[in-house]
Design a protein around this ligand. Structure first.
Ligand code: XMP
Length: 508
């Protein structure tokens, strides 16, 4: 068993980041609800507990609280933002609204003797985002840092090993934040650094074998990172008994359908079944213009194809899914698994009689899934694959989807991707959209009337918000000349520079 840190969630937007940072520092972590019973925490025997931030004011009557007795367990605690307020409040201190709120990167002066700040300069920058602050420290505590507006930017009680920070050490805007978390883990909690992705792999392989026994497993392979890594892990654990169904709906990008099948180095250990259903899907989308309608039709048909294949394969009791830790946390940590929407295009119906789910990536964050993929030898093209909507190019063609439009978009998109590949610092997501606007052009002596392609390239870390990517104009110009020159039917290309919000990343 690895040493464990429990992150108690009080509704802060950075809870996953905290848990990831802990893992990056070589310590296993889980996220549990803030009010988890203290007995349950004791039984898990963590080396430390971290309390997240949250949107509430701790003095409000319905503010979230931690379980009684958390601070007398003798386990080191680090409270962050709301977690700091909760610590102070629970131990008899006072929290009140700030006279001056602090938002954004803020200069701080820290106490070098505080174990959290070991090895760091006393002058640091931290991301602040708070409207309350500690106005009176609980007994036993001293301030360990301050800003111009906040006397208690960090607090400590060395005897009980309880610490708190007003700023967010987990975000990049606190440049030495990870070092502070590492100090908490190693200097305060006595971490041994016994967690790495290799342990996870070994444990997951054993667990798959124990769960599945001699049975066969069915996996829906979308070509996305999660399902690909899941397939790789299953191939290692139970070679020859994994049936991967890849439903090619005909809306993949250029070459992708072939890549997904061919690129798998574990092909011999997996039974890959590719169902080419492009004609069927296109027929169903005839005359359909509404994006939601397109998604629904594709989702429903996807399930039908999948179901048909599953039936053909006979009595397979186990269904594997590439569920990852954020899915588990979002659906309520520790709750039992439910079948999530498959391939992101639609849920599998209840009528599919699987005995059990196999979810070997349930404990991993996205970047850890990629790391595991690299360990398992996942081809680069798959490991670095950008997010791609389940309904594929069908939602990147505005209006009705036709074979002709699919061909145009595939070519234009392939050119854009080829060009972007030459950038050293590539955008996080980039693709082409075929708009429903036609416009007049001139080629040689001929007047043309063709489609408008929109190029989209964004910078983002979480895909919840984004900014457009600043692609060099020379590169844009070259891309545009290539698209209009090489793709018949396109007369005009535009570059979308809208951020999210207000726009979404995809056009439909
Ligand atoms: P939006 O367009 O909502 O997209 O800003 C956010 C991110 O999600 C991706 N996306 C999808 N991913 N199934 C997926 O797996 C979908 O149906 C889907 N729709 C959008 C999108 O590419 C972006 O990265």
């Amino acid at each position: 068993m690895n040493q464990l840190v429990i992150v108690l969630d009080f509704g802060g937007q950075y809870k996953e980041l905290i848990a990831r940072r802990v893992r990056e520092c070589g310590v296993s972590s889980v996220i549990w609800p803030g009010d988890t019973d203290v007995d349950q925490i004791r039984r898990a025997n963590p080396i430390g507990v971290i309390l997240t931030g949250g949107p509430d004011s701790v003095y409000a009557p319905d503010a979230p609280r931690c379980g009684d007795g958390l601070f007398t367990l003798g386990i080191p605690v680090l409270g962050i933002c709301y977690g700091l307020h909760l610590t102070a409040y629970a131990l008899g201190g006072e929290v009140a609204p700030c006279a001056t709120r602090e938002y954004g990167r803020t200069d701080m002066t820290l106490d070098a003797s505080c174990p959290l700040f070991e090895g760091l300069d006393v002058r640091q920058t931290g991301l602040m985002s708070h409207t309350d602050q500690i106005t009176r420290l609980p007994d036993g505590f001293v301030s360990a840092g301050s800003t111009g507006n906040c006397r208690n930017a960090a607090i400590m009680d060395r005897v009980r090993a309880i610490y708190g920070v007003q700023f967010h050490p987990e975000v990049e805007n606190t440049p030495n934040g990870t070092a502070m978390i590492r100090n908490f883990l190693y200097s305060v909690c006595g971490a041994a650094g016994d967690y790495d992705i290799g342990d996870y792999e070994a444990r997951a392989v054993n667990e798959i074998r124990a769960q599945v026994g001699d049975e066969r497993v069915l996996l829906g392979l979308s070509g996305g990172v999660d399902s690909s890594v899941c397939a790789a892990l299953l191939a290692k654990a139970i070679p020859g008994r994994v049936y991967c169904i890849f439903v090619d709906h005909g809306f993949m990008r250029k070459g992708e359908g072939d890549e997904i099948g061919a690129a798998f180095p574990w092909r011999r250990k997996l039974r890959l079944i590719r169902v080419n259903a492009g004609v069927r899907f296109l027929e169903l989308l005839k005359g359909v213009e509404d994006p939601e309608m397109k998604r629904k039709i594709i989702g429903a048909e996807f399930v039908r194809v999948f179901e048909g294949e599953a039936k053909r394969l006979g009595d397979i009791k186990f269904l594997a899914q590439g569920t990852i830790y954020p899915d588990v946390v979002e659906s309520g940590a520790n709750k039992s698994a439910t079948i999530k929407s498959h391939h992101n295009v639609g849920g599998l119906p209840d009528s599919m009689a699987f005995k059990e789910l196999v979810e070997p990536l349930r404990g991993l964050f996205k970047d850890e899934v990629r790391m595991l993929g690299r360990r398992l030898g996942l081809p680069k093209a798959l490991a670095e694959r950008q997010p791609f909507p389940g309904p594929g190019l069908a939602v990147r063609i505005i209006g009705e989807v036709t074979a002709e439009k699919l061909d145009i978009l595939r070519e234009a998109d392939a050119i854009f991707r080829e060009e972007i590949k030459q950038m050293r610092d590539r955008p996080d997501q980039y693709f082409a959209v075929l708009t429903d606007t036609r416009s007049v052009g001139v080629m040689g002596d001929f007047r043309t009337y063709g489609y408008t392609i929109a190029l989209r390239a964004v910078r983002t870390t979480d895909f919840m918000t984004c900014e457009y990517a600043h692609i060099p104009h020379r590169m844009l110009k070259h891309t545009v000349s290539r698209i209009v020159g090489e793709v018949p039917g396109v007369t005009r290309v535009v570059y979308d520079i809208t951020g999210k919000p207000p726009a979404t990343i995809e056009w439909e």
